[in-house]
Design a protein around this ligand. Sequence first.
Ligand SMILES: [Zn+2]
Length: 270
Amino acid sequence: MGAALHLAHVEQAATDPKRKRGGGGGGGRDFAEYANRIYQDQRADAKSRQLLLALAYVVTMQSEPASAKEFWRSVRTALGRDERYRFTDPLRELIEHDRPRYVAPNGRAGDYEPCIGPRLRPFKERPYKAEQMSLPARVAQQKRDAEDFRNTENICGAPGKHRVLEKQPGTGWYHWHWFCARHSDHARRVAEQVKAQNEAAPDPIPNAGGLMPCYFDADWVRLYRHYTWDSWEPPVYGVRADDWPVPGKEPVPQRARLRLIAGNGDLEDA
Ligand SMILES: [Zn+2]
């Protein structure tokens, strides 16, 4: 049923290029439809929703802007003021958040993970003399130790110092293996083991951002570049999250997209 609505929408847009925006009943219906899609999009977090809803509101409910500048001013107004962003530009921040990219599960700067080097002796939270503890205390302590990740996974668990990148052959997705100073020889060995695999791995399939192009039509490469940095390059898989293959998942069906701004002026200072 949802699909039929979207098909009708595509047809309407295609056969009536001068279709008036906003004002009339159509705008409200379009907005409700887009808002519904946005709220059901599991990929969209709070920031993405804020941006997508503001864009949908301006595109469907407001009259055609005279210029790109006016359009983006309306988007900023729709986003509203945000005290958290007093010293930054909320629109820029939200668009950068939607930049198509791959985010590694443990790749953030400042993230240090426990060493995964092999454990030789069972980990004990603290040394204790069993005969000096009451039986319940001893049982509880032994249970805690047995359930500790260092014992269940049989890994060293000391603070990581060296990290080794491993790329997946099919997807190019990567993550890091961490090793402590004592296990640096393991780190070198693992690095050697994954070397050929890493060199052969493709560019990573993006897994973050790219939602704006699923809903709206625009010169996205230019636009993302404008709000991030001049040298930003789109992923080889394209800018639209719908087009990115996810292993084990069906492709997202194509749906109607609204043109952000008529003409070619997609940038506010163009
Ligand atoms: Zn270690």
